[in-house]
Design a protein around this ligand. Sequence first.
Ligand code: OSB
Ligand code: MG
Length: 369
Amino acid sequence: MPLNKIVLRKLKMRLKDPFVTSFGKTQDKEFFIIEAKDPDSNAGYGESVAFTVPWYTEETVKTSKHIIEDFLIPILKSSIIHHPNEVTELFRPIKRNNMAKAAIEGAIWDLYAKRENIPLAEALGGENGSIDAGISIGIKPSTQALIHTIEKALEEGYKRIKLKIKPDADVEVLKEVRAHFPDTPIMADANSAYTLEDIDHLKKLDDFNLMMIEQPLAHDDIVDHAKLQAHLNTPICLDESIHSVEDVRKAYELGSCKIINVKIGRVGGLTEAKRIHDFCREHEMEVWCGGMLEAGVGRAHNIALSTLPQFVLPGDTSSSSRYWEKDIIMPEVVTKHGVIEVPDKPGIGYDIDEEAIESFTEWVKEFPM
Ligand code: OSB
Ligand code: MG
């Protein structure tokens, strides 16, 4: 795969509504679009997902830039790549910084699929022509506002509702929500807001017939999660704790969770995400694709990944319009009756909206290969 240029483009886009979690609020999304170009004018696109503040994992927009410019691009420059699944190995000498790695690796996967003239979903071994869409709803100022948002999401057809919870907004909120929506598939995401000392409190969540509780305990824990899972009927899903297929294996062996949320950025790219998928398939663990409030390019990658057969639960990939007044891809991602149709064009299958991307661009830097 001949590479002749990498373009690093810094964007800033404003979310329609601030997204609130147990850690704080995100409204302006800053990120990079990576463009990997070959001599035949094919271009592959990747999107970085680290936030400006390291509240979710340790990476930030600035650490991503540092790692991409100073380490990952020089590695690419001095390497020959035959297939995108070699990139993970090439980047292995650089520890962690998975979101920086995934942004580049994603662009190379897209370029590869375009050169092969096949959809990215097919290049990854995907089997499904459409994916089920769920929605992740941030913490709202009141339970009434939350119930209203859930009503709207259900009218739009989303197949499951994820709510954010935290220690002073959990049991009472879920009690009211469950009373309003007795049969809706609902799950709760704590973004590591609890400790094992909260075990009796967390056991109360078993009353609400939740599909799962996502990342209740520390971002770097799998031991306490195993202790907690032994006391809960509700399945635990791990998000922040999972950075690799090795982490999934250990969580599986310890019994730390029953379900895995895969995020391409958190695990260092599509190749590792696929490995996690394969492990889960072999061990009959349910898996779904999480989200990082992505713009269109990252969203398109999530859609392609979600076509793999063990993605048996609806993910957090929703319509572009849920996040943005205007997205950077054409057409935008649309959910109809809770389903997103997977594009059948080569690569990510969506075109870049050049005018839109320009309007959100702060700067562009080019790296000849
Ligand atoms: O914990 O899954 C999470 C958003 C930002 C950071 C972490 C998380 C989330 C979400 C929203 O839940 C996912 C999305 O809609 O993209
Ligand atoms: Mg989460």
